[in-house]
Each structure stands twice: as C-alpha cells, then as structure tokens.
Design a protein around this ligand. Structure first.
Ligand code: MLT
Ligand code: ZN
Length: 466
C-alpha cells in the first residue's frame, strides 16, 4: 500500500502517541523484524513500532487508518509462510514488549497473558502451577502466543490435544478499524451468537491485532514414553497408526523419512538403532507406573511379525525421550540452509494412505534429481514435504520448478478434499494456491469478513489473498 505522505512526517505523527525509543528504522531492525523464517522475501518495512499497551496499539491502528498505512503484526516471526513479512513499506507492529502474564486462575485452570509472551514461558508457567499448556512445537522458545493464535498453530501434540484454537477461551483484539473487542472472556459455554474469537484465530494478522488472550490449561502428561520405530514403507506407517492408536491413548504420532533423518544426523545426533529404514515413526504415550509399556511392547512384536516395522527403541528415561524427540523436531532447522520449498499439506487421516501413494508417485516422477524429504504429524493427516534446492540451481528457477509441481500436487490434494496448509498458514507462499482448498464462493465470504473488520485494508495487506 503506498504511503499517503512523506515517511518522516508519518513517523513524526506516530511520536505523538508512542515514544520515539519504541520506534526503529535502522537497517538491522528493519531486516530482523521485516522477515520470518521463510527467508524468501526481501524485508523492507518503513519502520518497526514496539507498543507497550493496548492503548498504544489502538492509537497506532487509528493513525494507520487516517493515513492509509499498512500494518504487519509481528510475534516471534517463526512462521513459514511469509505472513509476518513486511516487504512493501509497511509498519511492523512487534508485540514483544507486551509480554506479561496477567492472571492465573486455578479454579478455571486458565492463564491470561499479553500477546507477546513466548510459548515456552506459558508452558513453564503452567508447569510451575502443576498444569500443562499442551500446544507444542520446535519453535517454542521464540514463537509468541499472539503469533500462535494468528496462525492457529498446531505442532506435535495435536492428535491428543488439538490446535491452538482449542485452548483459547478469551481474546482481546484491536480490529482493523481500531475497536477493542473483548471476545468470550474465558467462558467455556457462550451461545450468544457468532463467535468472533474464532475468526481471529488463524486470521494471520489480516483482521486486526491480537493483544491479549486467556488460555485453558490441563493436567500434565503422566510419565510420557517415546518409541521410535523403523518402518519399510508409507503403508506400514499407516498400519502402525491404526494398531497403536486402537490400544493406547497417543499424545503424538509423527513420521519422518531416512533422508530427513540424514540431515539431523549430520548435525551430530545419533541413529536411534543400527538398522536404517526408509521411514521412521515416533510414538508418544502416557505410562503411569509403567502401565502401558507392556501393551506397547506387545504391539511392537505383533507389528514386527506383520513386517510393518524392522526395529525400534523405547525411551527408558525422560532424558532419552527428549533425545528421541530431537530426531524429529530438529529436522526443520537442520535443512534450513538448503532453502527448502516447503509443503504443509492436510488430508483426512482415512484418505492419507491413498493420497500418500499418489503424491509419492508424482514427486518421484517430477523431482528425479531433487532431494525430497517427508516428515510430519501423520497422526493428524499433516504432511510436511520439503524439496531441497540443489546447490547449483539458482533460487528463482528452483521456486518456479517447485511451484509448477505444486500445481499437480495440489490438484491431487483437491481430489482428496485436502488443504494446502495444515498449520503453517497461507501468508505469501501459499496465496497463489488458495483456490485449491477454498472455492470462489468461500473466498468471497473471506473477503467480506476482512472488509467488515478492516474496511481500509490496512491490516497485513497482500496476505492470504489480494
Ligand atoms: C515441523 O513440523 O517440524 C514444523 O512444522 C516445521 C517444518 O515443517 O519445517
Ligand atoms: Zn509441523
């Protein structure tokens, strides 16, 4: 969006309600705050503003409306779809100074906090109070609650605990018009009409700015145990899923391929067992007083007899469980230097086997010379398929090739009723493909909703759709 007047004058106007010490325009800040983990777009914000109160956020949104300034809300910027990227002279609104836990209620089992609180801080706070915030993923140490809500973050425990959406009982937002809405206020039941809270969850900063939230907490997992199993093929991954899920309450069911494992091994981790197999499954379950280990070991034997697994390991301590988790969780970071083209697909779990077979055939045919890595939250029907850029290939040519293959892949996905983004969001990277998941009528309702909350189109313009 073009600026209505001279940038210096615009910034001077902001200083009327925000201390200049809370505004940054230096190149390092613009670079750091103007990008996310995609590293695909050249950051170019006009400025970075670090508000410290709801009143300041509201004043900024009102000012942006007056001057038709585009705002990009910004949390930990660990996103993978470009939703927090500011590359068109926008103002980044970084919530990191709004990082206080405001209230804890043991009766409600809830915590109220500002949007800039880091995910791990909430997790630790819950643990210190004998409770558990179960939304969890590798970027827990830097992602912020506001960003998690804006992307409806999923992660590694969705099979048991659901997505961020399932844990939000209250939300305060400043809409694109500058109104402060106090949504649902921690209630469990509230049948008083449209639940606007859920429109803001997953809205990727396009409707307004999330400033505060109330989160539900639950009781902690009891002595979690992790198994990593070596698996010959994708069909066996799904067979293991059925067998283990039928007998144990799983808190995670993840998978990754041998080439994906190869990258974390290069970073210094060790193979979980001697045998290398095409795929691996990571299963986590609660094991109070060793109650479920025997069942898990019996299932292991049964599956080995069927040829669905070749080898495996079961954690004997919390430390070992954490080390096994790293085999899966460290994949993303271990491949980032290869500028992967990332797919984050979702299909209904019942359709996963057939979809996997078709996708595998397509990718083998279309990417004969590229390294294709499979991993993800297969227990939720969420697949991360990452294509690594060959060193000799220039980046634009690589992205063009992957984009062309994506059209085929998403065409297949559409036949299965799947989604082009399970958990990373649409942002900029998946915007051209939104129509594979949402039909034209649905997209026109999305546009109308945006218009209702953000009539001047100042909130993160160009993200999700144009
Ligand atoms: C993961 O599951 O590891 C994250 O979603 C990040 C990624 O897909 O690379
Ligand atoms: Zn993931």
């Amino acid at each position: 969006m073009p600026h209505s007047t001279d940038p210096t004058a615009l910034l001077n106007g902001i200083y009327a309600f925000i201390d200049p010490a809370q505004v940054r325009t230096d190149p390092d800040s613009c670079l750091n705050y103007g990008r996310d983990w995609t590293r695909l777009y050249a950051p170019n914000p006009l400025a970075v503003v670090l508000p410290n109160s709801i009143a300041q956020v509201q004043a900024l949104v009102r000012y942006a409306n007056e001057h038709r300034l585009a705002l990009v809300p910004s949390g930990g910027r660990t996103g993978l779809s470009g939703a927090a990227v500011a590359c068109r002279g926008e103002i980044v609104v970084a919530l990191e100074r709004m990082n206080q836990i405001l209230d804890f209620d043991p009766v409600d089992r809830s915590v109220t906090c500002q949007a800039g609180v880091v995910t791990e801080t909430v997790q630790n706070f819950a643990r210190d109070h004998g409770l558990y915030y179960p939304v969890d993923f590798a970027s827990r140490g830097s992602s912020q609650i506001g960003g998690n809500i804006a992307t409806n973050a999923g992660g590694i425990k969705v099979i048991r605990y659901g997505l961020t959406r399932d844990w939000i009982t209250g939300l305060k937002v400043v809409t694109g018009s500058g109104d402060l809405l106090d949504l649902n206020r921690g209630l469990i039941k509230n049948a008083s009409g449209y639940d606007l809270r859920h429109l803001f969850i997953g809205s990727e900063g396009t409707l307004g700015i999330i400033v505060e939230t109330t989160l539900k907490l639950t009781r902690p997992l009891c002595e979690p145990v992790v198994m990593v199993l070596g698996v010959p093929d994708l069909d066996s991954v799904m067979s293991l899923y059925h067998v283990f899920r039928n007998k144990l309450e799983l808190s995670a069911f993840e998978f990754f391929s041998e080439p994906a494992l190869g990258h974390v091994l290069k970073k210094g981790l060790h193979r979980p067992f001697d045998a290398a197999t095409p795929y691996y499954v990571l299963i986590e379950f609660e094991n109070p007083g060793q109650l479920h280990t025997d069942t898990a070991l019996a299932l292991f034997e049964q599956c080995a007899e069927q040829g669905w697994l070749a080898d495996g390991v079961i954690s004997q301590s919390e430390h070992q469980a954490k080390e096994l988790w790293r085999l899966r969780e460290d994949i993303s970071e271990s491949i980032s230097e290869h500028l992967p083209y990332k797919n984050d697909l979702a299909v209904r779990i019942s359709r996963a086997p057939a979809f996997l077979a078709e996708a595998d055939a397509l990718l083998t045919r279309e990417y004969p010379d590229f390294e294709v890595l499979w991993y993800g939250h297969i227990g939720d029907g969420n697949l991360h398929i990452n294509i690594l850029k060959p060193t000799a290939m220039d980046h634009p040519a690589f992205v063009a090739k992957c984009g062309a293959v994506s059209e085929h892949l998403f065409g297949i996905l559409q036949q299965y009723g799947g989604s082009i983004s399970a958990e990373h969001g649409v942002g900029l990277t998946k915007k051209p493909y939104l129509h594979y998941t949402r039909d034209a009528a649905e997209i026109s309702y999305l546009r109308a909703i945006k218009k209702a909350f953000d009539p001047n189109g100042i909130m993160n313009p160009g993200k999700i759709f144009d």
